[in-house]
Ligand binder design. Structure first.
Ligand code: IPE
Ligand code: IPE
Ligand code: MG
Ligand code: MG
Ligand code: MG
Length: 326
């Protein structure tokens, strides 16, 4: 078994063959249209490659499966939002890369567990077999556990003052606990096959996907600025921005499940209807879902106007997200 800690181990900074080469977004319309996005995605992948443990012992493939779950594609939306919010508040770049990587570890955990047979039972993710298909169900459960733990270890060991680290840990924990991703995923399962009011779907989407997006933005800002009365207006603007962005992300995901094919998505299309999932599309229809996403993007855009040119990268993230609806 692997026993030595490998955090910040120089040897582990090397990216294995085939890892960065997979920096391919699953949706062709959603690449990294701005140079800072591509550079940021590369830096976050390098941070992931460095921060994650590197070698299994002879008896398990847990670490190989963790790296498979995190380093094989993905649009890196949450990490880039963290970098964009961090740039806005002049946070140190190196810390932001590690915070972005921690967020991507947690996000990957939610995807690995979301794909399990007991949840969505999906066989394809980011264009590859899902972790439980590739490595077995028990390993996939443990990959989620270990990635989540490793994300918090990354934040605990961040090169930042201890009060900053505690704020970051609290923010991420809140986003994935009962009021965030875990609670939202529980609702998602509880509502299968049921006809529910649009407000319920919106509340569920805010929890299962919106909360982590909101945390990603807040964590970028928290790297440099505590949330206190001096920065009240900034946090209010960021929260309004990220609430719209995060809800729209899941609404658009529901739309794409209906409108795109499996090859484009890198995951099985039409899966939500097959599984009788309550989605924005199944409850509101395609047209209303599209309009909702556009309205949310517009509101998010309005939210950051008072921040001026400093918010340019957040604005560019909105433009990138909106290309999916063209
Ligand atoms: C997929 O998120 C899961 C949702 C919350 C909709 P992404 O579409 O951001 O997935 P990756 O990281 O790019 O694969
Ligand atoms: C998953 O939503 C949200 C998570 C918290 C992982 P979906 O089940 O719609 O995500 P995909 O479509 O499998 O990526
Ligand atoms: Mg799901
Ligand atoms: Mg799913
Ligand atoms: Mg989906």
């Amino acid at each position: 078994m692997h026993s030595e800690p490998t955090m910040h181990d120089e040897r582990s900074g090397a990216i294995r063959a085939g890892e960065l080469g997979t920096l391919t977004p699953s949706i062709p319309g959603l690449p990294w249209p701005k140079p800072w996005m591509r550079a940021g995605a590369v830096r976050v992948e390098q941070a992931l490659a460095r921060l994650l443990p590197t070698a299994d012992g002879a008896e398990t493939d847990l670490i190989a499966a963790m790296r498979y779950a995190t380093l094989q594609g993905g649009k890196r939306t949450r990490a880039l939002l963290c970098l964009a919010a961090g740039a806005l508040s002049d946070a140190p770049a190196a810390a932001l890369d590690d915070v972005g990587a921690a967020i991507e570890m947690v996000h990957a955990c939610t995807l690995v567990h979301d794909d399990l047979p007991a949840m969505d039972d999906d066989v394809l993710r980011r264009g590859l077999p899902t972790v439980h298909v590739q490595f077995g169900e028990a390993t996939a459960i443990l990959v989620g556990d270990a990635l989540q733990a490793h994300a918090f270890l990354t934040l605990a060991q961040l090169d930042a003052p201890s009060d900053t680290r505690i704020r970051l840990v609290r923010e991420l924990a809140q986003a994935i606990s009962t009021e965030g991703a875990a609670g939202g995923q529980a609702l998602d399962l509880a509502l299968v096959g049921k006809r529910v009011a649009p407000e319920r779907i919106i509340a569920m989407h805010k929890m299962k996907s919106g909360a982590l997006v909101r945390a990603a933005v807040r964590m970028g800002a928290l790297c440099a600025l505590p949330e206190n009365s001096a920065h009240d207006a900034l946090y209010r603007a960021l929260d309004r921005f990220s609430s719209g962005f995060g809800l729209a992300l899941q609404v658009v995901d529901d739309i794409l499940d209906v409108t795109e094919d499996t090859a484009t998505l890198g995951k099985t299309s039409g899966k939500d209807a097959d599984a009788q999932k309550p989605t924005s599309v199944s409850i509101m229809g395609l047209q209303a879902s599209r309009q909702l996403a556009l309205d949310l993007y517009r509101d998010a855009e309005q939210a950051i106007v008072p921040l001026g040119p400093r918010a340019q990268q957040l604005e560019q993230m909105l433009q990138r997200a909106a290309t999916c609806l063209r």
